[in-house]
Design a protein around this ligand. Structure first.
Ligand SMILES: Cc1cc2nc3c(=O)[nH]c(=O)nc-3n(C[C@H](O)[C@H](O)[C@H](O)COP(=O)(O)OP(=O)(O)OC[C@H]3O[C@@H](n4cnc5c(N)ncnc54)[C@H](O)[C@@H]3O)c2cc1C
Length: 376
């Protein structure tokens, strides 16, 4: 029996373990490892920070995973030897025939001086929870939503945060006393889709949100409460909500798997340069954005390939790099962008206007994954 070891039970790892279990079940020996005790959807952080949900309501505990052939272990990966396909954790050593690295992207807080002293971030569960406590105390002054480096997860998320902040402050009756600015390192909010970007820029204008494109927040000056941008310009703030610079987890950087910070893979098969070692999701460099839908799509290709190998069937076609992201426009509106990153000479995106159907679809997106992965 093949020993398949999956590192990371996020979007990629959960989808891979589930698909393998559904197809091959008890014939499998899959070990799924994560340092945390629960999974949270990325967008749950927006719900947490604006007080729309509690941690308990959005938490999906790993102990609920009951998949034939899959064993979940809560352990921290401390070393990866891709040559030997051997993994060391804080609890044991795991030898794999097939090793899949799905450890996501970590945050490099130190890359932005002043961020932890003078700012806040909303990209981790802990950061979003801190903001849920802080936001009710913000009633006047300038809030800056700032991206500290690209690539970053879910490119529309900072735009969603700005529009939801506008709603939040309006509901509290303090919007007139506050200014909101958003700083992103791209020319437009969602570069592959001009229509989506135009809709977001129009929503910013409607909500009187200042849009600062093509800029990255380089430093926060805690003494003066000023964000210094990468062109040397300054943006004063009373509340800073940051997207920290991302990087692969340290254990991956130390493994010899990375080049330029992330793990290069064959974009068709997701295999690394080490035979039998794959990387899926945010940890890999493959030419798609860092988002759950893409991690999931990549995991499905690896699953199909392993199932074909086990069953002697035909290998799947290449990974297509297409996916849809729901976008919160505020006032309860949800739109969607359907993006295709690898199908043509350049990435393309199609915008779906906000609608009641998309509100339902976004809910269904989350509930269908909780049901498949956690049996909820
Ligand atoms: C605010 C926000 C909103 C978002 N909205 C969306 C959205 O609407 N749609 C969408 O598709 N995506 C969205 N995303 C992005 C999405 O959450 C990520 O891109 C996705 O989770 C990536 O999946 P992954 O499997 O590569 O990594 P992850 O889901 O991050 O999983 C990696 C796992 O590895 C574990 N891990 C890391 N290091 C170790 C270690 N040393 N030992 C053991 N375990 C370890 C982590 O605990 C984690 O569970 C959003 C993200 C944010 C922050």
């Amino acid at each position: 029996m093949h020993r398949i070891v999956i590192l990371g039970a996020g979007f990629g790892g959960l989808e891979l373990a589930t698909t393998l279990s559904e197809a091959v079940g008890d014939e499998l020996d899959v070990t799924l490892i994560d340092k945390n005790d629960a999974f949270y959807f990325g967008y749950s952080k927006l719900d947490l920070m604006f007080g729309r949900a509690t941690r308990d309501a959005v938490k999906l505990p790993y102990r609920e995973i009951a998949k034939p052939g899959v064993r979940f272990l809560q352990e921290t990966v401390t070393a990866i030897d891709p040559e030997a396909r051997r993994v060391t954790t804080d609890a044991s050593v795991h030898q794999a025939d097939i090793l899949v690295v799905a450890l996501g992207a970590d945050y490099d807080y130190d890359a932005t001086p002043g961020l932890t002293e003078a700012g806040n971030e909303f990209y981790s569960v802990a950061g979003a929870e801190r903001l849920a406590e802080l936001l009710p105390t913000f009633s006047s002054g300038r809030a800056v939503i700032g991206v500290c480096g690209a690539p970053f997860k879910c490119p529309p998320a900072p735009s969603e945060a700005a529009l939801l902040l506008h709603d939040y402050l309006t509901t509290r009756g303090v919007r007139d006393a506050c200014q909101i600015s958003i700083v992103i390192p791209f020319k437009t909010p969602v570069p592959p889709s001009p229509d989506t970007s135009a809709a977001l820029v129009a929503a910013f204008a409607e909500s009187e949100i200042e849009f600062v494109p093509e800029r990255r927040v380089a430093t926060l000056d805690a003494g003066r409460s000023v964000a210094l941008l990468d062109d040397g310009s300054e943006l004063p703030f009373d509340l800073f909500l940051g997207v920290p610079k991302h990087r692969a987890p340290d254990v991956v950087l130390a493994s010899g798997l990375t080049e330029d910070g992330y793990v290069p893979v064959d974009p068709k098969t997701l295999e690394t340069r080490f035979p039998g070692v794959y990387a899926v999701g945010d940890v890999a460099t493959i030419g798609v954005p860092k988002a759950g839908v893409f991690a999931e799509g990549a995991a499905q290709i690896v699953a199909a390939s392993l199932i074909a190998t086990l069953r002697g069937g035909e290998q799947p076609g290449a990974y297509g790099g297409a996916g849809s992201c729901y976008i919160e426009f505020g006032a309860g509106r949800v739109g969607r962008v359907d993006v295709d990153f690898l199908g043509g000479p350049k990435p393309t995106g199609t915008f779906r206007e906000p609608s009641a159907i998309l509100v339902k679809d976004k809910h269904e997106f989350g509930s269908s994954r909780s049901a498949r992965w956690f049996g909820r």
